[in-house]
Design a protein around this ligand. Structure first.
Ligand SMILES: Cc1ncc(COP(=O)(O)O)c(C=O)c1O
Length: 401
């Protein structure tokens, strides 16, 4: 059959489909006990509140709420969020320093669009979420992996890589980092490393894209200021999202950066989608104005804390001692390492035959390593399903290691 495949641009031909989207197809069967999906639990969605607010918005201001809005987003929502970020994150911010995006995903895409020239180098974690690395790659970035340890990205390793890249005559452009409860590793960057990353970016003249969608989902330990809070030179583009604390379906998030950076991103978005979903912004604003956001965050934390504890207890009971995993203080993920030489893609195939699913680690490593790791999520499945999945996985692991 004739197609237009030969007309595809290089950037469409070269960027791979997300491994998670692919696995979602594989595990769509209802009998599969999944620890794969990183989507939020629908049980947390504030359905009644959204229904009532949506009705109120339609009755009171359908003329505005169903209309286009400004590319920056609703002014009243931006004012609310500037205050909220100041209060909760200690980030000095005015409404001019932020704009509303369609998910943090769009924030990453726009950040890459305004910063990356083909051949520029973007530094990403080993492992990292492929939304961020994929956005950079789409615009022709070369990705260089920086090892993580139990405290996240290792600053000395980052600096070493930057020096290597610069010595090879390549332009080092940005660092993509997920400081809180990283996807996929679940680890959190301590305050000293946050400061250090800012110092390194300053020394080598790099931008930092700080992607922080899980920040509010903390179940233990004390909150740590975002990297943006230490950013005295306006190098950080800070991405926040409502996907995990409100609902992802309205695709609402926001981006905090210097006003000139915001202006460039807003101009770039004018050729994509003009503005973020107006109706959703009105609903979110009303939700925030009614004082529901902080309550919702607390509810979500209580909900996911129980699920995290359940998954960790099940892992402790069923996984053999040769296997290592972390105990995340928040977010959705537990990352598991098997002894070197093990292949978790193979393990996944065996698991799927037994109706158990997880995400194999390799696609999160831009250098092709990580075959002996995998990601488990406690976000979506019910505790009984997680328990059964971990028990089955434990049997497979004991056979292997
Ligand atoms: C680290 C990270 N960044 C960004 C996103 C996308 O968030 P959003 O729904 O706001 O686009 C995700 C989603 O899973 C994520 O894990």
């Amino acid at each position: 059959m004739a197609t237009i495949n030969h007309l595809f641009a290089k950037r469409a031909r070269e960027v791979q489909a997300s491994a998670i989207r692919e696995i979602c197809k594989l595990i769509a069967k209802p009998e599969v006990r999944s620890l794969a999906g990183g989507w939020p639990d629908p049980a947390t969605f504030p359905v009644e509140e959204i229904r009532d607010i949506a009705q109120k918005v339609l009755v009171e201001r359908s003329d505005l709420a169903l209309q286009y809005t400004t590319s920056e987003g609703l002014p009243e929502l931006r004012r609310f969020l500037a205050d909220w970020v100041k209060k909760t994150d200690g980030v000095d911010c005015t409404p001019d320093d932020l704009f509303i995006t369609h998910g943090a995903a769009q924030g990453m895409e726009l950040a890459a669009k305004i910063l990356i020239e083909p051949g520029d180098v973007a530094f990403v974690g080993l492992p990292t979420y492929f939304g961020g690395s994929g956005a950079c790659q789409t615009f022709g970035a070369e990705l260089v992996g920086v090892p993580l340890d139990v405290d996240g990205m290792i600053p000395e390793a980052l600096e070493e890589k930057i020096v290597e890249v610069q010595a090879a005559g390549k332009p080092a452009k940005l660092v993509y980092v997920i400081p809180d409860f990283q996807n996929p590793s679940g680890v959190t960057l301590p305050v000293s490393r946050r400061r250090r990353l800012v110092e390194i970016a300053s020394k080598h003249d790099l931008a930092i894209v700080e992607d922080n969608p899980y920040r509010d989902l903390r179940y233990s330990g004390e909150p740590i200021p975002p990297i943006k809070a230490f950013d005295t030179e306006n190098r950080v583009i800070y991405l926040r999202s409502f996907s995990k604390i409100f609902c992802p379906g309205l695709r609402l998030a926001f981006c905090v950066a210097h006003a000139e950076v915001i202006r460039r991103m807003v101009i770039a978005r004018q050729f994509e989608d003009c503005c973020a979903n107006t109706f959703g912004q009105y609903v979110l604003y009303e939700f925030c104005k009614q004082g529901r956001l902080d309550v919702q965050i607390r509810k979500n934390c209580d909900h996911y804390r129980i699920k995290r504890d359940f998954l960790l207890q099940a892992i402790e009971r069923h996984f053999p001692k040769q296997v290592r995993w972390n105990r995340p203080d928040g977010g959705f993920f537990v990352f598991v390492h098997l002894p070197a030489g093990q292949d978790c893609e193979e393990l996944l195939r065996e698991a799927v035959e037994r109706n158990v699913a997880f995400v194999a680690g390799a696609p999160f490593f831009v250098d092709g390593s990580g075959r002996n790791s995998f990601r488990l999520s406690f976000a979506q499945s019910e505790p009984e399903v997680m328990g059964a999945a971990v028990e089955e996985l434990g049997k497979l692991l004991r056979d292997r290691v």
